[in-house]
Design a protein around this ligand. Structure first.
Ligand code: MG
Length: 108
C-alpha cells in the first residue's frame, strides 16, 4: 500500500468533528505516541527492558495508531502523506550529505 492510499483509507475511520480536526488529530498523535512510550517504559520497569512477542505486537499496533494520526493530521494541514514522508527523507539525506545528522536544530 502506498502512503497516499493509506491516507485516503484513514478517512473511512475518522469520526471526529470536522471543525475540530486539527486539534483532535494533534492530541491523538501525542496520545498514541505516549502509548508507545508507556509500553516501552513498562517493559523496563517489569522486564528489564526485554520485549516479548506480546509486547512487540502491542507496540506494532500502537505504531499503527501513531501512523493513523500522522496521516489524519497531515490531511488536516493539507499535506499528502507521501510528501511528508519524502520530505523527511530528503531532509535527512541532505543532513547526511553535509555531515549534519548529529547535533540539534530544525534547520541544520
Ligand atoms: Mg493506541
Amino acid at each position: 500500500m502506498k502512503f497516499n492510499e493509506y491516507q485516503v483509507q484513514t478517512k473511512t475511520t475518522a469520526i471526529y468533528p470536522e471543525d475540530k480536526g486539527l486539534i483532535y488529530t494533534a492530541l491523538g498523535l501525542c496520545s498514541e505516541a505516549g502509548e508507545v512510550a508507556d509500553k516501552i517504559k513498562k517493559s523496563i520497569r517489569d522486564k528489564g527492558g526485554d520485549l516479548d512477542e506480546a509486547d512487540l505486537l502491542g507496540l506494532k499496533r500502537e505504531l499503527g495508531d501513531v501512523l493513523w494520526y500522522v496521516a489524519c493530521l497531515s490531511s488536516e494541514l493539507g499535506f499528502s502523506l507521501q510528501d511528508v514522508a519524502e520530505g523527511n527523507l530528503d531532509k535527512l539525506r541532505s543532513r547526511a550529505d553535509r555531515d549534519q545528522l548529529g547535533g540539534s536544530g530544525d534547520d541544520r
